[in-house]
Ligand binder design. Structure first.
Ligand code: ATP
Ligand code: MG
Ligand code: MG
Length: 355
């Protein structure tokens, strides 16, 4: 198809639309927020609620395939559209990845490690869960969390009630805090024919639950990197995923060497893959657009080492410094209000491969 519908209008949608345009494909962005960063670069856009059946009908009629750029699109929206045109990834990828319980259950079902965890559907379940898993622990809402929001730390049993009140969610999961050596992610792409490719494993630094820096290559053993890619491949296969997905993992180092635990899955292009714009011939955004359009999975080859730094809140006020820095690739998302903790842009710096 030649028009791709994108549910969600954030910076990820913006970067998808920019790469789609280069391939001669046009994008129609659908988002309830009239200030969406993606609207500025999309061929067409619709401002309407995700449950507006009339607007969705019109949107579907204008698109050849639909995708999403964040995982909190209501699963019902994708269901409605699925009856009319191909949804890539499908509603199943969305449903699993927007619910931490479903996500962890799927990962464990594949025999892949996670932090020890328990579902918490009522406050009474929390004490029982904490008898089974070690503190310190993190209580996380099952749905709608991002950038570390919807999480509360529990250091001792006494703090359990306060944590439950703090997240104020209908249901949650609780998991042990993992003493990881580092965090990594795999950004991978799977095509309609089941073909698969992964970008090189990337190492991530978070501050206060928000991604700060991604560096590639990750400083892990080659066997660990291969295992990380295999985990992403298994998950993509199990989901029948079409398009890009990212799998966030913890690397545990002990006497036995390196082990991986999956933290969460994003059924979409991902902040830890932004470096692919400059360091690869084909970025994660282009790879996703190609897969959604039904093209074969492209090469994910990397020609440089890279470091990507997010510009969060007031960081972006220094954009002139980054613009003046030789070789620094500056991205600004065109967001007008600089709220603290808001992702405003990013900078990518390249180095020769292996230097
Ligand atoms: P994102 O913006 O990546 O979607 P999120 O709000 O869904 O974030 P998580 O990825 O679950 O949240 O957690 C955010 C960060 O908090 C992780 O990247 C990691 O640094 C830390 N964290 C989360 N869970 C654990 C854990 N079990 N043990 C140790 N650190 C953790
Ligand atoms: Mg998340
Ligand atoms: Mg995360």
């Amino acid at each position: 198809g030649s028009t791709i519908g994108i549910l969600g209008g954030g910076q990820l949608g913006r970067m998808l639309a920019m790469d789609a345009a280069r391939l001669g494909l046009s994008c129609h962005v659908y988002c309830p927020d009239p200030d969406s960063p993606a609207f500025a670069v999309a061929a067409r856009h619709t401002v309407a609620a995700y449950d507006d059946a009339v607007a969705l009908e019109r949107f579907a009629a204008e698109c050849d395939a639909v995708t999403y750029e964040f995982e909190n699109v209501p699963a019902g929206t994708v269901e409605i559209l699925t009856g009319r045109l191909p949804a890539r990834p499908s509603g199943r990828s969305l449903a699993v990845c927007q619910d931490r319980k479903a996500e962890k259950t799927l990962v464990e079902g594949l025999g892949i490690g996670t932090a020890p965890w328990r579902p918490v559907d009522r406050s009474e379940d929390l004490c029982a869960a904490l008898a089974d898993i070690d503190t310190p622990a993190l209580l996380k809402t099952r749905r709608f969390g991002y950038d570390g929001k919807g999480q509360a730390r529990i250091d001792t049993l006494d703090g359990a009630h306060a944590a439950w009140e703090a997240i104020a969610a209908a249901s949650a999961i609780v998991e042990s805090l993992v003493p990881f050596a580092l965090e990594v992610s795999v950004v991978a792409v799977r095509g309609v024919a089941g073909d698969f490719a992964a970008y090189d494993v990337v190492e991530n630094v978070h501050e206060a639950g928000i991604l700060r820096i991604s560096r590639v290559p990750a400083r892990i053993a080659p066997a660990t990197a291969a295992a990380a890619v295999e985990i992403a491949r298994q998950i993509a296969e199990e989901l029948g995923h079409v398009g890009v997905l990212a799998v966030e993992m913890f690397v545990i180092r002990d006497a036995g060497g390196e082990r991986l635990m999956v933290n969460e899955i994003a059924p979409r292009v991902h902040n830890t893959g932004h470096w692919t714009i400059e360091a690869c011939a084909i970025s994660q955004f282009e790879a996703h657009v190609r897969a959604v359009a039904g093209w074969p999975v492209p090469s994910t080859e990397r020609h440089a080492d890279a470091e990507m730094v997010n510009l969060i809140g007031a960081d972006a006020d220094r954009w002139r410094d980054f613009a003046a820095e030789p070789g620094a690739a500056l991205h600004l998302y065109g967001k007008s209000d600089t709220r603290p903790g808001r992702k405003m842009g990013h900078v990518t710096r390249l180095r020769p491969r292996g230097s």
